[in-house]
Each structure stands twice: as C-alpha cells, then as structure tokens.
Design a protein around this ligand. Structure first.
Ligand code: GLN
Length: 277
C-alpha cells in the first residue's frame, strides 16, 4: 500500500489510510505490500484531497484523543487540544475521590472535559452545557460510548442553560470558552478555518465569554469553590485582574506543557464585598 503521498504529510496519510480501511496500525504494517482495492483507493484519494485542501484530520477521521480516551468529533465542535488537558488535571486535583461533588462544565462541545472528569471521579455529578444542539448531541454520544453515566447535559448560553435549576450551586465550575479575538489572524489559518467560529472567537478582544463566566459564576459557586477557565496565551493577567475585581480569592494562573499561562482561576468568597461597577 502506498503511504507516501506528495499532497499531504506521511503521518496524515497513514491515519487516513487506516480510516479508509477501518484497520489498526499493526494491520497496516503487516499488510504494507498489499494492493489497495479500487473502492478503497477511491475513498483514500478523496480523503487525501480534502486533507490537502486543509480539512482537519480529526474531522476527516471523526475522532480525536483527549486525556487518554477517544472522542468522536465533527465540524459542530472544537477539536480537543492537548493543552486543555490542564483544565482536567486542575479539576481532578480539587475533586477528592468518593465524594459527590457537583461540577459544571460550560460550553462542553464534544464533552471531552466533562466526560474525562466524570470517568475519573465516578461519584462526582457533572453538568455540561452548550448552546449548540448539534454539539450536545455529539457530547451525549461520547458520554454513552465511553460509559460516563454521571453527566447531565443542558442546552443554553452559559448560565442560561441552568434556568430550570435557578439557584443551583456547584463545587467547581470549569470552562474552555471561545477566547480568540474576532478578526485574529489565526482564525484564517490551519484547522481553525474549519472549526465553529462560535466555539473559537468572542467579542471584546476575545474576553466577552471569559468575562461573562467570571461574573455569572458567582451566583452558582459554593463558598470556597473554584472557577477554572482556559484562555489565550496573552490573556492570563487580564483574567486574573477580572477575577480579583469580581471578588474571587486565591486568584492564580497555571502553565500548560508548552510553558504558556493557559488556565486562570480563583475561589468564590462571598465574605468579600461585591464589586459595584
Ligand atoms: N486554543 C484554541 C486555539 O487558539 C482556541 C480554543 C478556544 O477558543 N477555546 O487554537
């Protein structure tokens, strides 16, 4: 089988060939000299052409690894990114095992954050929201496929999704909201061109959703509970300022594996004065 293809890189070609044939890597290696059947060759060529035109591999194969598990993805959701695993790690550090803590994941997309947490902490109760019905359909499929029974899904924009549970409080709120500034050059490059703009970019230089979450979370956090948010490579200081101004305590940022401040958060402290502006 021909793995080298001039239009795309060899690793991508191998992944697309595996998808075409529905086989494992080991099978591909063992059968490296087999000829491709005509229908497979045609299907493979079509995938290669789409990849050459820029479509993300994750969308072409319909899945992506995250925190050690395989999640189904589609163009309705952001492709899970390795740096987002930091949000899962920070959440797990704050969730003792065998306790029925309540965790809210805002803007869940494929569900990768909420489902990873749910599977690592079976006694935790996860609520995962998204305003996109298509995203929630996929997230529910992922939860079922991966056996996560402790996640409830709700449709709506940020805290509006909780309208039936007005006044519900959580022990931790986590979110990877859209935070890229509208018009940012990165949106016109690579995989981002094919991902839902609503999952990537936000108004106010990318801060509209981060700010809405910082402000809205106060009404839904138990005293001392953490809010943890992913943000862009240059947004950590502004996020910390916003968290402090909104009265959060223990405000800090954490670096991803690339050394970039990628997550910021703080704890809800209702003994502090509520800001007036
Ligand atoms: N980290 C993504 C990127 O810049 C953006 C994800 C997001 O907006 N939450 O490629």
């Amino acid at each position: 089988m021909l793995l080298r293809h001039s239009a795309i890189d060899a690793v991508d070609a191998r992944v697309l060939l595996r998808t075409t044939l529905g086989v494992s890597d080991a099978h591909l290696i063992a059968h490296a000299s087999d000829a491709l059947a005509a229908d497979h060759a045609e299907k493979f060529a079509a995938l290669v052409a789409r990849r050459a035109a820029g479509e993300p591999v994750a969308y072409l194969v319909g899945e992506r690894e995250f925190y050690g598990r395989t999640f189904a993805v589609s163009p309705a959701v952001l492709i899970p990114r390795p740096e987002t695993e930091l949000l899962v790690e920070l959440t797990l550090e704050r969730l003792p095992r065998n306790e029925a803590k309540r965790v809210l994941d805002l803007g869940t997309g494929s569900g990768c954050i909420a489902i990873s947490i749910a599977l690592e902490r079976h006694t935790a109760q996860l609520t995962a929201t998204d305003k996109s019905a298509a995203a929630l359909t996929l997230a529910r499929q992922n939860a079922q496929q991966l056996g996560a029974r402790n996640v409830a899904f709700k449709t709506g924009d940020w805290f509006d999704a909780l309208h039936e549970d007005r006044g519900e409080k959580y022990d931790l709120i986590v979110s990877n909201p859209p935070y890229v500034a509208e018009g940012d050059a990165h949106l016109a490059q690579g995989d981002l061109r094919f991902e839902p703009a609503s999952a990537l970019s936000a108004s106010l230089d990318g801060y509209a959703c981060l700010n809405a979450i910082v402000d809205g979370a106060r009404a839904h956090l138990n005293r001392g509970a953490w809010l943890l948010m992913e943000h862009g490579h240059d947004q950590a200081a502004s996020c910390r300022n916003r968290l402090r101004a909104a009265g959060y305590a223990e405000v800090q940022s954490w670096r991803d594996l690339a050394g970039i401040e990628r997550v910021s958060g703080g704890t809800f402290d209702d003994t502090r004065p509520v800001p007036v502006n």
